[in-house]
Design a protein around this ligand. Structure first.
Ligand SMILES: [Ca+2]
Length: 311
């Protein structure tokens, strides 16, 4: 009995010790969890300012150091209107401004700046660019038309009303697309980079690298600033991407496959290129190089598998 009691006592002591140990362990683990939680959630990076379609799972705890990419929305289109477009115009820049289209056309010997009537496609004013240059992107800023050239690192500034050449400017790299956000000129150069230039000095203020998730997206061509986002044609594709101008993140892919009908492709048409936006009436215009038509389109959500730059 004594032996049994002793065993009971030892068992009771062991049980008591185990209970205390458990309490200590639980306490330590609670402290650890609280500390870990502060590191894990307290240092979660803030989401950058994003476009209307970029959302982040703000309320869902994310693993330490892992950025959740913005949601990329896929769009198709609906044609609202179509109008004639000069099939000789190798469109490299397109702008809608105060009731008219302005267009920059490329190719050495065929480059020009044009003022175009939207509904008839009639060229109302035109100035030819020297055959030494292959004209590219076009933006209108402060009553002036600003035109890039492809590989000659020289841009032209025209008076918008007279099309008189006011001056030239230079830049580094290639010139592809050009638009403006009211403050800066926004320029693509065929890479995944978009540069923001001071419109008076043409100095680079900042640059963004365009990414679909973590995948760089290159060949960004004609540009348009649309309600706080940058739209860009991807050269050699039927796609336009929507880009967050702060982060460079792609927020949407617009698939324009089939926009130009087989009948309209009888001539020597080239690729989709040319985006213009009528901000007053929220009208989005698109065309292509040597396309016989220009379209007003409306974006529609696309069902099905997500398009990623890596696919
Ligand atoms: Ca444009």
């Amino acid at each position: 009995m004594i032996r049994l009691r002793r065993i009971d006592t030892v068992a009771a002591a062991a049980s008591k010790f185990a209970g205390m140990l458990m309490a200590v362990l639980i306490g330590l683990s609670l402290l650890g969890a609280a500390s870990y939680g502060r590191i894990r959630f307290g240092k979660r990076p803030e989401a950058p300012a994003a476009g209307p379609n970029a959302t982040r799972a703000q309320d869902v705890p994310q693993p330490l150091g892992v950025e959740i990419p913005p949601r990329v929305v896929n769009y198709t289109y609906e044609v609202i209107n179509s109008w004639p477009h000069d099939p000789q115009a190798f469109t490299q820049g397109l702008v809608y401004y105060q009731g008219y289209l302005y267009e920059s056309t490329g190719l050495n010997g065929a480059s020009s700046l044009r003022k175009v009537d939207l509904q008839t496609g009639q060229v109302l004013n035109k100035v030819d660019v020297s055959s030494d240059f292959f004209a590219e992107g076009l933006a209108i800023h402060n009553g002036q038309a600003i035109q890039l050239t492809w590989v000659t690192k020289q841009g032209f500034i025209y008076d918008l009303a007279s099309f008189g050449l006011l001056r030239t400017f230079t830049y580094t790299g290639e010139g592809w697309g050009l638009t403006q956000d009211g403050r800066s000129l926004i320029m693509s150069d065929g890479t995944d980079q978009i540069r923001f230039l001071n419109p008076d000095t043409f100095q680079v203020e900042r640059a963004i690298q365009v990414r679909d998730g973590s995948v760089p997206v290159t060949r960004l061509n004609e540009l348009e600033y649309v309600d706080g986002e940058i739209f860009a044609n991807i050269w050699l594709t039927d796609s336009i991407v929507r880009i967050n101008p702060q982060s460079g993140n792609i927020t949407g892919w617009i698939d324009l496959t089939g926009l130009l009908s087989p009948e309209d492709r009888r001539g020597p048409v080239d690729v989709l290129n040319g985006i213009a936006y009528d901000s007053a009436r929220s009208r989005l215009f698109v065309t292509g190089k040597l396309w016989p038509k220009l379209f007003e389109i409306k974006l529609k959500l696309k069902r099905g598998a997500a398009h990623r730059a890596s696919s």
